[in-house]
Design a protein around this ligand. Structure first.
Ligand SMILES: *[C@@H]1O[C@H](CO)[C@@H](O)[C@H](O)[C@H]1NC(C)=O
Ligand SMILES: *[C@@H]1O[C@H](CO)[C@@H](O)[C@H](O)[C@H]1NC(C)=O
Ligand SMILES: *[C@@H]1O[C@H](CO)[C@@H](O)[C@H](O)[C@H]1NC(C)=O
Ligand SMILES: *[C@@H]1O[C@H](CO)[C@@H](O)[C@H](O)[C@H]1NC(C)=O
Ligand SMILES: *[C@@H]1O[C@H](CO)[C@@H](O)[C@H](O)[C@H]1NC(C)=O
Ligand SMILES: *[C@@H]1O[C@H](CO)[C@@H](O)[C@H](O)[C@H]1NC(C)=O
Ligand SMILES: *[C@@H]1O[C@H](CO)[C@@H](O)[C@H](O)[C@H]1NC(C)=O
Ligand SMILES: *[C@@H]1O[C@H](CO)[C@@H](O)[C@H](O)[C@H]1NC(C)=O
Ligand SMILES: *[C@@H]1O[C@H](CO)[C@@H](O)[C@H](O)[C@H]1NC(C)=O
Ligand SMILES: *[C@@H]1O[C@H](CO)[C@@H](O)[C@H](O)[C@H]1NC(C)=O
Ligand SMILES: *[C@@H]1O[C@H](CO)[C@@H](O)[C@H](O)[C@H]1NC(C)=O
Ligand SMILES: *[C@@H]1O[C@H](CO)[C@@H](O)[C@H](O)[C@H]1NC(C)=O
Length: 579
């Protein structure tokens, strides 16, 4: 301990003057690193003591006071920073989920791993509006002098999530793959996507951009290579990565994109400016700050005078698409978020895009915990419309633009990643495999360990050389006419096991991805007549089987029902079991 107080400063000075080759030799764990935010000292990561972990580095000024509902402003500092703990997570609306009864939990077939996973993927209870922090994991002692960088953007339906989720630590990837890992926070719900027509919108996406600019400016001092930065994200984080690929075409900073279970074509997004403004004024009126007829400057200053908790508590109860995402999310501004993605071309950078075989497994498990049941056919359609087809359409867009493209479908269903008996390869199931954060009990199976190393290796190989890496890894680039849909973990096979994408995409001709499949609403179809059983789910199954059950689930106030939420639901489960 004593040594670590004195030595970081000396090492920082040495590190700045030494060449990169020399630097590797003199690096020691947690040494202070000079950044535009200040001199940050870290420590050895838990369980990966050779990895230097720098947590809670500010990249933007606190988005409070006059900076609430404003674009993020760069943080610049020269003071020492203590990088040994995560910064606060961005505020989320308090959950109103009632604890499921023991009978319900048993009936939902929740597994022991499901309970453990709820803890591993839960956001620690440290929220503050001053939340624009990022984290860095690096191991410069070994490997490449300048390492490829993977930047993680969390999901959570744009209404929950955090870079402090233990299951998304970058420590294991940094240790195992010779890359630098960064994760960042961004504002959520109305604080990230206010919808105010008189001010900037999509602030959360600007937060992400500012953090990525910070990576460009600072990552070299951590042993990273600013010319090889790959963004990866899951769910709303994956949508964020993809929105970024269209928003920053001229100056992407990044050199590759990995989109796990979300694209610009997902979930009927983005919101129109009109809808978002309507949601904004609903909240302003609820808080007594005036409505669309009031002076916009006084509405804004009134909204800035309220506590973030009061604002989040005033969010309207959600229905329709908002029951999944909340009313506040990516909104068309024709600057960062566009109305016409199918007519646009993304940044000409390689992309790895994919989804899981049974994304619905996550949602049906949540529904089961709320004592709500929907027909299997409904859930099959949900996976198809909201995940499979958006991934396929996005892959097509890159292929059409002659961009190197790879596409996967993940099938893993292992004893320690299975959240319930019915969950299959659920929405999020690949995260513990990529991050190597599976529960320790039950133990990982040999196939799982092999597949985990293989997938993580693919992600890192892509980051190291986005154009050629995966070809060298043996992955066929995407071509709808060939067997190029890579089936990860299918039949527990380590390898590509690729098939023609039509095997899973054929029914995409029947779905309209612009019209999100709401959980609990009658299925939206493109109007074409369906030729087989799936039409049953579309026309009658889902609509009539619902009754009032989904309302139970929606009673959590319209917060994202994505992974953050299952954390909350299952955390309640844990409490029940231990009471
Ligand atoms: C630290 O970084 C800042 C900003 O990049 C720079 O102005 C300053 O000179 C650096 N300090 C040292 C000791 O290198
Ligand atoms: C460290 O490993 C233990 C055992 O696998 C695990 O329970 C714990 O969550 C890990 N801690 C972190 C911070 O990864
Ligand atoms: C950094 O923070 C940790 C925990 O918050 C604390 O234990 C440690 O003493 C701090 N280090 C310095 C140099 O302030
Ligand atoms: C739980 O498992 C039983 C037995 O396999 C099954 O009948 C039931 O439908 C499952 N529950 C749910 C919510 O899927
Ligand atoms: C806005 O508020 C004013 C004053 O409270 C009210 O008269 C008006 O009907 C409101 N307008 C809308 C569109 O709600
Ligand atoms: C997309 O919409 C924007 C603004 O609405 C317009 O400027 C642009 O030309 C459109 N792009 C295409 C390819 O249609
Ligand atoms: C679960 O739902 C069923 C059918 O709607 C109902 O009969 C039962 O009472 C519910 N159980 C609980 C604990 O709410
Ligand atoms: C991708 O494009 C091919 C033809 O170019 C088309 O047949 C296929 O349906 C498209 N995939 C999706 C999911 O739209
Ligand atoms: C894969 O292996 C796990 C155990 O490691 C097993 O539970 C599962 O059924 C296997 N899946 C397939 C498709 O063989
Ligand atoms: C798809 O859904 C959107 C939104 O509901 C709608 O505007 C559009 O007309 C639909 N397209 C087709 C082909 O039905
Ligand atoms: C019919 O449904 C099955 C299962 O969802 C699907 O695999 C198959 O492609 C569909 N066939 C047609 C003609 O749509
Ligand atoms: C929680 O949900 C219940 C049932 O929908 C509702 O009556 C109650 O007002 C909600 N409480 C809060 C604090 O939102």
């Amino acid at each position: 301990m004593k040594a670590t107080i004195v030595l970081p400063l000396a090492a920082a000075v040495l590190a700045c003057s030494a060449s990169l080759q020399d630097r590797a030799g003199i690096w020691f764990t947690g040494q202070a690193v000079n950044t535009t935010s200040g001199l940050v000292s870290g420590h050895g990561a838990t369980n990966q003591s050779g990895v230097s972990e720098y947590l809670g580095i500010p990249f933007a000024q606190p988005p409070i006071g006059d900076l609430r509902f404003a674009a993020p402003v760069e943080f610049y500092g020269t003071a020492p920073l203590n990088g040994t703990s995560f910064g606060p997570s961005c505020p989320v609306k308090a959950s109103n989920t009632t604890t499921p009864s023991v009978n319900i939990i048993i009936a939902a077939n929740i597994t022991e791993a499901g309970v453990e996973m709820a803890g591993i993927f839960a956001t620690p209870n440290n929220y503050n509006e001053d939340c624009l922090y990022l984290n860095v994991w690096t191991k410069p002692q070994t490997g490449e002098a300048k390492k490829a960088v993977l930047v993680w953007i969390y999901g959570g339906g744009f209404t929950s999530g955090s870079s402090a989720i233990p299951g998304n630590t970058g420590a294991n990837i940094a240790e195992l793959e010779d890359v630098v890992v960064v994760s960042l926070n961004y504002r959520l719900s109305i604080l990230g996507f206010p919808g105010n027509p008189a001010g900037p919108n999509n602030l959360a996406l600007l937060d992400q951009r500012l953090a990525i600019e910070w990576v460009r400016d600072n990552i070299e001092n951590f042993g990273g290579d600013p010319s090889r930065v790959t963004l990866f994200g899951q769910s709303a984080g994956s949508v964020s990565v993809d929105l970024y690929s269209y928003a920053w075409v001229k100056d992407p900073i990044a050199s590759g994109f990995i989109a796990e279970s979300g694209t610009v074509f997902s979930w009927g997004l983005p919101h129109t400016a009109t809808d978002s403004a309507g949601a904004w004024f609903k909240v302003t009126a609820t808080l007594g700050c005036g409505n669309a007829s009031a002076d916009s400057t006084s509405v804004l200053s009134c909204m800035r005078s309220k506590s973030s908790a009061a604002i989040l508590a005033a969010l309207p109860a959600a229905s329709g698409i908002a029951s999944i995402l909340g009313y506040f999310g990516p909104t068309i501004d024709d600057t960062v978020v566009f109305s016409n993605y199918s007519a646009r071309t993304p940044a000409k950078l390689p992309i790895l895009v994919g989804s899981n075989n049974y994304e619905s497994g996550y949602f049906r498990t949540e529904f089961a915990l709320a004592n709500a049941t929907l027909p299997d056919l409904f859930w099959d359609e949900y996976t198809l419309q909201d995940f499979t087809c958006p991934a396929g359409i996005r892959a097509n867009a890159s292929v059409t633009a002659n961009i190197p493209t790879w596409r996967y479908r993940y099938f893993g269903d292992f004893p320690n990643t299975r959240i319930s008996s019915e969950a299959g390869a659920w929405h999020g199931a690949e995260m513990p495999i990529i991050f190597d954060t599976m529960p320790s009990e039950p133990a990982s199976t040999p196939e799982e360990i092999s597949i985990s190393a293989y997938m993580r290796g693919a992600w890192a190989t892509f980051a190291k050389d986005p154009v050629n890496g995966l070809a060298t890894y043996g992955w066929p680039s995407y071509d709808v006419s060939k067997d190029t849909l890579i089936r990860l973990a299918y039949d527990n096979i380590t390898g590509t096991n690729a098939v023609n994408p039509a095997m899973y995409d054929a029914d995409c001709v029947y779905v309209n991805v612009s019209s999100t499949q709401e959980i609990g609403a009658p299925l939206q179809t493109s109007g074409a007549s369906k030729t087989n059983a799936t039409s049953t789910a579309g026309t009658s199954g889902s609509g009539s089987a619902l009754g009032s059950s989904p309302t139970t689930v929606q009673s959590n106030g319209g917060g994202g029902r994505f992974e953050g939420q299952i954390g909350l639901v299952l955390a309640a489960v844990v409490m029940t079991w231990f009471l």
